[in-house]
Design a protein around this ligand. Structure first.
Ligand code: GLP
Length: 241
């Protein structure tokens, strides 16, 4: 595990460098996209490089980590719409190249299996962008998640719903209770994991991720078993290391 401590905007550039290197070496690469505020600096930098330097995603594919269950198709906080707004619409992905779990599927189990198959059929994820929750969750793998899990439906914890209420007018009753999420084993199948965390609120989770014992109670700690992980943190998020 490589840990890089740098100011926030620099972290976005470092992650964008890794994605750019991948795309320039193999334009048909598969990128894993994450929601949340942590990857926004990366997306801004990728959009800038697309506009100013011709960085192209035209042959690439992308897979999202997770999705809320039951949010209406046009809801602005539906992760499909968030990813569209933050990155997909700002670069030149081909139509249909960005996929996510279907939070509106009537058969959730089949939808999760289909999603796993789509990732495998695409050849797996080359580089997965990750954030981390204050309780150490990655994607929506909350504390207690199986380290061997695959894409499935999960119940969100009170902590995560409180953390995410800011996106729903600070009204926790508006935050969905369930989600579909890639499992920890799904995420571990990606060839390079790039995790970003900023701010003091993430310090304990980053401490556990880097220095804690591997435990389902801090799901991100499973990354210690991955051969190629880059952890990008600012001073505040690194303050407990
Ligand atoms: C949500 C997402 C995670 C993300 C986490 C942290 O729970 N499902 O993928 O890592 O939020 O978000 P933020 O980066 O905004 O702190």
């Amino acid at each position: 595990m490589e840990v890089v401590i740098a100011p926030g905007p620099e972290l976005g550039r470092i992650a964008a460098d890794a994605i750019e290197a991948l795309l320039r070496a193999r334009p048909a690469s598969v990128i894993g996209l994450a929601t949340g505020s942590s990857p926004l600096a990366v997306y801004d930098e990728l959009a800038r490089r697309h506009a100013d330097e011709g960085l192209s995603f035209a042959q690439a594919k992308a897979f999202m980590l997770d999705e809320y269950v039951g949010l209406p198709a046009e809801h602005p906080e539906r992760y499909r719409n968030v990813i569209e707004k933050e990155i997909a619409s700002r670069v030149d992905f081909a139509p249909g190249a960005v996929q996510g779990p279907d939070g509106l599927a009537s058969d959730v189990i089949a939808a999760c299996a289909d999603y796993e198959r789509a990732i495998t059929d695409a050849g797996g994820v080359d580089l997965q962008i990750l954030g981390i929750g204050t309780d150490g969750h990655v994607a929506f793998n909350e504390p207690g998640s199986s380290l061997a899990s695959r894409t499935r439906i999960k119940t969100l914890t009170r902590q995560t719903r409180e953390d995410n209420a800011r996106f729903f007018g600070d009204d926790i009753s508006q935050v969905p209770e369930h989600c579909l999420t890639q499992g920890l084993a799904t995420i571990m199948s990606a060839r390079h994991l790039v995790l970003l965390a900023t701010g003091r609120g993430k310090a304990e989770a980053v401490h556990q991720l880097v220095e804690g014992p591997v435990s389902a109670m801090w799901p991100a700690t499973v990354l210690q078993h991955h051969p190629h992980v880059t952890v990008l943190v600012d001073d505040a998020a690194a303050s407990r290391l």
